[in-house]
Design a protein around this ligand. Structure first.
Ligand SMILES: [Zn+2]
Length: 215
């Protein structure tokens, strides 16, 4: 497959500009790039050459929105670059990886590969890189806005961090009330009252309108 054909396939998953960037990187690199089916457990992965496979492989979920797709590709590409320099002698999301990731990402932010809201989220993101985009609340919420099926209130699809103290919500079939926020966690009490649980701010929940509940 030539680069143009490859670019055409990528355009089904992301923007023209990003598709041509990825197609160029893939054409110049000596690795296989695979667009994977949706996986709940991961957004993408990097697998170094092993056994009979004499080339590295990067995979990214095709179910991601155009920008999450690209950021995941860059995340995995940074793993590939770290592997070529250090193999498995360094931590997978250590300083070496953070450096490669930032080095790849910063020029892309500057060259407007992303809409302005994602660019702003990415600027804070590269200054405090977490191992996965989902751990960066602002970035993951900004990226979610570009999903084809935006969060519906019927689902457990609202970030808990968007609710207030006293709000009631359902999480995995159980009802909770928000009690307090301490450090980075949100403490909630089950209803009826019994136990306190700590939630990560990016937990997705279904808010309940309490006025409709009490009759
Ligand atoms: Zn990683």
């Amino acid at each position: 497959m030539n680069t143009t054909q490859y670019k055409n396939i990528l355009e089904e998953y992301t923007t023209k500009k990003i598709a041509s960037y990825i197609a160029d990187v893939v054409a110049k690199g000596s690795f296989q790039f695979k667009i994977a089916a949706h996986r709940v457990s991961k957004l993408g992965d990097f697998s170094p050459k092993q056994g009979n496979r004499n080339y590295h492989r990067i995979s990214v979920n095709g179910s991601l929105n155009p920008y999450a797709f690209f950021i995941t590709f860059i995340h995995e590409l940074a793993h590939l670059k770290v592997w070529d320099k250090y193999q498995n002698k360094v931590k997978s999301h250590g300083d070496e990886w953070k450096n490669e990731y930032a080095k790849l990402l910063i020029p892309l932010i500057n060259k407007n590969y992303f809409p302005s809201d994602i660019s702003s989220a990415l600027i804070s993101h590269v200054n405090n890189i977490k191992s996965a985009t989902q751990y960066d609340t602002v970035l993951s919420q900004t990226l979610d806005k570009y999903n084809e099926n935006p969060a519906s209130e019927d689902d457990e699809s609202i970030y808990i961090t968007n609710l207030k103290i006293g709000d009631v919500f359902v999480f995995r079939g159980r009802k909770f009330c928000i009690k307090e926020q301490k450090r980075k966690l949100i403490y909630c009490e089950t209803i009826p009252k019994s136990r306190i649980y700590a939630f990560n701010p990016i937990a997705k929940v279904k808010p309940i309108n309490i006025k409709n509940e009490i009759r």
